[in-house]
Design a protein around this ligand. Structure first.
Ligand SMILES: CC(=O)N[C@H]1[C@@H](OP(=O)(O)OP(=O)(O)OC[C@H]2O[C@@H](n3ccc(=O)[nH]c3=O)[C@H](O)[C@@H]2O)O[C@H](CO)[C@@H](O)[C@@H]1O
Length: 384
């Protein structure tokens, strides 16, 4: 097995060296990219290295964002008894050892964990070497890795109130979720040209989270004739797994402006093009909808820990800042609600007015402020 540490060069003259670890889904990866971008904006010579899990989404998305990434061979513990589970402790042991070698070679001033498998070995190795560490927790219900490591790390940046039930109060900072800075800056004109859409007709964006959502895809496939009839254009993000089918289903509607897309790299333009968004209620999707002020129908995934997406969605729907349709209601309700909203500009304006104040545009800055404190502390210690 190749040793990832062996190939890593580190810039010992950089004003700081930081490792950012974690991933698995976009909800972990893109906040990590937002943190890296802000650190690089402040310190253009910062040496930033990502560590992810081999085979997971971060191994392609992070290089696309312009950063180096090293993959560890680590996966999650299955929730039932499987042969892989018997090997789990061995895998963790090996991953922690590799992470340790990586740290010794790269010599980071600080390590950031954003949740997901790869953050566990890196944070374990870092904290046992007294390297300063920071966790960013995106959800109102703490992820397993973050919960397990909370007592070992220096700072825990959270997006919701009430997180002291998971994390030690003395390390907690309420910052909000870091959203990539370009997300709210897309121009509608550029977006319509980019996606080849007609400026005279409304646009609906459907996003099933970074992996796609079966229920949304089934309902969207069934609604294609209705959308065409209504003159609505569609950007339908399907996720990798569902794309081959969805592409076939959408092909006859392409001339009417209804498009299936596996993954949207330019989410800034997708939001800018959209009049209305149907979305899963993952933490980052919700933060981005707040920041872009999009009228939206949220459909929380029922398959996540402690039903946290329902809580994310209710935080908005209870303030009339978004509409909520449950996963079970989707087949008979979702497209009636979405089409009503598309036909009702006054309701769109009301939702926009209510969702915008819920954004936390300074979240990334606040997290990188915390990170810089750790970096400076470490540099001061090293200079002694
Ligand atoms: C099923 C599951 O486990 N979902 C979790 C996962 O969601 P998931 O990975 O779907 O994450 P979010 O909804 O929080 O964020 C999705 C991110 O991917 C980006 N994006 C999405 C689609 C696309 O085509 N292009 C693109 O760039 C979005 O702009 C956003 O930045 O992590 C979130 C944050 O920990 C959790 O709240 C979710 O409950």
């Amino acid at each position: 097995m190749p040793n990832p540490a062996a190939h890593i060069e580190s810039n010992l003259n950089a004003s700081c060296r930081v490792i950012i670890s974690g991933g698995g889904t976009g909800g972990h990866i893109f906040p990590a990219v937002a943190i890296a971008n802000e650190l690089r904006r402040r310190r253009p010579d910062a040496d930033i290295l990502f560590v992810g899990a081999n085979g997971r989404m971060e191994m392609t998305r992070v290089p696309e964002a312009g950063y180096r990434i090293v993959g560890l061979d680590i996966s999650g513990l299955q929730r039932r008894l499987t042969p892989q589970n018997l090997l789990f402790p061995v895998k963790v042991f090996r991953a922690v050892r590799k992470a340790g070698k990586l740290l010794e070679r790269f010599r980071p001033d600080a390590v950031v964990g954003v949740g997901g498998y790869a953050s566990a070995p890196v944070l374990l190795a870092a904290t046992s070497r007294a390297i300063p560490s920071l966790i960013q927790e995106q959800n109102s219900y703490a992820g397993l890795v973050n919960k397990l490591l909370a007592r070992r790390v220096d700072k825990i940046c959270v997006a919701y109130d009430g997180m002291a039930r998971f994390f030690p109060q003395d390390r907690l900072v309420l910052t909000g979720n870091p959203v990539r800075s370009e997300i709210a800056g897309g121009s509608r004109e550029e977006a319509l040209t980019f996606f080849g859409l007609d400026p005279a007709r409304p646009v609906l964006l459907v996003v099933g989270g970074s992996l796609g959502a079966r229920t949304l895809n089934q309902a969207t496939a069934a609604a294609l004739p209705q959308l065409q009839e209504a003159g609505v254009q569609l950007l339908w993000q399907t996720g990798k797994l569902y794309y081959p089918n969805a592409q076939q289903e959408a092909a006859p509607f392409a001339a009417a402006g209804l498009h299936a897309l596996e993954f949207i790299r330019r989410m800034d333009l997708a939001y800018a093009a959209a009049d209305v968004v149907i979305s899963r209620a993952g933490a980052l999707s919700v933060s981005e909808l707040c920041l872009t002020g999009k009228p939206c129908v949220l459909v929380p995934s029922p398959n996540v820990a402690e039903d946290h997406q329902t809580k994310n969605a209710q935080a908005l729907s209870s303030r009339s800042a978004a509409l909520l349709v449950t996963d079970a209601e989707v087949p008979h309700k979702l497209y009636n609600v979405a089409l009503d909203l598309l036909r009702n500009p006054a309701r769109q304006t009301e939702l926009r007015r209510n969702i915008l104040p819920l954004a936390r545009p300074d979240a990334t800055t606040a997290i990188v402020d915390e990170l810089e404190i750790l970096i400076e502390r470490q540099r001061a210690l090293a200079a002694r």
